[in-house]
Design a protein around this ligand. Structure first.
Ligand code: IMP
Ligand code: MG
Length: 186
């Protein structure tokens, strides 16, 4: 069977790298030399996370967390569960939560509440992409990469049915390709 061509860039590697560097500079400046715990939300943030931490010039440690939301495949059910939790203590630490994309805001709202209970000294949020159209849980984003319209994006860590995470840029996926990725997964 012929290989399908990858979807074209919506945000290029150069655009993303420039913005990630700017975000790293702002975070470095705001924390003023204080040690930081960076927490990546698996799986989607893994590439953004790896690029961003290399642009943050502070003493830092890293950890990961994973949240799964239950419901059908197209809408969030509102029920979010932590399926993989931190290994480090964040009590009295400055914490930066790093996420790939905010759509409804349900996942991050849940994660922020979960982390607040661990008594960090401060808790900041950095998100690469925000789709404000469907946001129905307010999410206090401190550092934002890009605001985009309501389209399904893949690449740079983001997937459709586990495909496309390794694209080095962010691409916009057509509905037909989304359907195909899902049926391949099943
Ligand atoms: P929320 O809880 O509705 O904000 O959904 C956030 C999660 O849904 C993200 O962490 C992604 O895993 C996933 N998601 C939302 N929009 C997209 C998209 O356009 N592409 C890939 N994943 C997405
Ligand atoms: Mg995610």
């Amino acid at each position: 069977m012929a290989e399908r061509k990858n979807p074209a860039p919506f945000l290029t590697e150069v655009q993303v790298a420039k913005r990630v560097k700017e975000l790293g500079e702002s975070i470095t400046k705001d924390l003023k030399g204080k040690p930081l715990v960076c927490i990546g939300v698996l799986k989607g943030s893994f590439i953004f996370f790896a690029d961003l931490v290399r642009q943050i010039h502070l003493p830092l440690s890293i950890d990961f967390i994973r949240a799964s939301s239950y419901g059908n495949k197209t809408t969030s059910s509102g029920s979010v569960k932590i399926s993989f939790d931190l290994s480090l203590s964040i009590e009295e630490k400055h914490v930066l939560l790093i996420e790939d994309i905010v759509d409804t805001g349900l996942t991050l709202r849940h994660l922020l509440d979960h982390l607040k209970h661990r008594n960090p000294k401060s808790l900041r949020l950095c998100v690469l992409l925000l789709k404000p159209g469907k946001l129905y849980k307010p999410v206090p984003i401190d550092y934002l990469g890009f605001t985009i319209d309501d389209r399904f994006v893949v690449g740079y860590g983001l997937d459709a049915g586990e495909k496309y995470r390794n694209l080095p840029y962010v691409a916009s996926l057509s509905t037909s390709r989304r359907k195909k990725s899902r049926s391949e997964e099943e």
